[in-house]
Design a protein around this ligand. Structure first.
Ligand code: PGA
Length: 251
């Protein structure tokens, strides 16, 4: 079965308010033509109110870049799922490789964040991915299985729209190196088999698995042609209108 693709822009820690507004306006117009996919933007937290205003009723989905597992409390520097919801977010990225590797978030912390998001009807995009040394040592599948099972501990899914996975090989993020389409498809098939084991075949066959890591206008079509690639999580190329426009209007 074909799942509806999602093209998701992760703006990371980039753009000031006026730059963000200008880009969001352009993307909103372009997304009206993008009939073949859902479009999502994850700006930094300070940009969320401005984007919520611009994207209201546009169909472009607003997302946070991270979320705390708890609703409120003494968690300096964190953001609650209720706060994201209040600003109109429908999705949130959890376990991004930069969170895992720079800020040392582990599977158990990522799992708490994911559970907190789901409890408040925010759809988490659980990011997984191996570092280069792991791939070279032949450990890709075992690492990914650990990340999927760890991240999804105690998770129940009845509606497949409520969870998204993003495979982002760490060696391909921001490096200009993309996994080959065969490498990506192989991992996506593997991840879907783990999801079948955790949930069931019907749910697993409907969950979207995005690919991320140097997705650009010149490789999007080949990636999207793969059976198990259901969209893209895009960093660098989501920060420029000319490239993101081509990504959301891929054919
Ligand atoms: P990139 O980033 O597209 O710049 O490689 C992807 C990501 O970090 O989600």
């Amino acid at each position: 079965m074909k799942r509806r693709p999602l093209i998701a822009g992760n703006w990371k820690m980039h753009l000031n308010i006026s730059q963000a507004k200008e880009l969001a306006e352009q993307i909103k117009q372009s997304a009206l033509k993008a009939a073949n996919c859902d479009v999502m933007l994850a700006p930094s937290f300070t940009l969320l109110p401005a984007l919520a205003e611009i994207l209201k009723n546009s169909g472009v989905i607003l997302a946070g870049q991270n979320v705390c597992g708890a609703e409120s409390g003494a968690f300096t520097g964190e953001i609650s799922p209720l706060m994201l919801k209040e600003l109109g977010c429908e999705m949130v990225i959890v376990g991004h490789s930069e969170r895992r590797h720079i800020f040392h978030e582990d599977d158990s912390m990522i799992n708490k964040r994911l559970l907190g998001a789901m409890e408040h009807n925010l759809t988490p995009i659980l990011c997984i991915g191996e570092i280069l040394e792991a791939r070279e040592a032949g450990k890709t599948f075992s690492i990914l299985e650990e990340q999927v099972r760890g991240g999804l501990q105690d998770v129940k899914v009845t509606n497949p729209q409520t969870l998204i996975i993003a495979y982002e090989p760490v060696w391909a993020i921001g490096t200009g190196k993309t996994a080959s389409v065969e490498q990506a498809q192989e991992v996506h098939t593997f991840v879907r088999s783990i999801l079948t084991d955790i949930f069931d075949k019907t749910i697993a066959s409907q969950l979207r698995i995005l690919y991320g890591g140097s997705v650009k206008p010149d490789n999007i079509s080949r990636l999207m042609a793969q059976n198990d690639i259901d969209g893209a999580l895009v960093g660098g190329a989501s920060l420029k209108f000319y490239s993101f426009d081509q990504l959301i209007n891929f054919s």
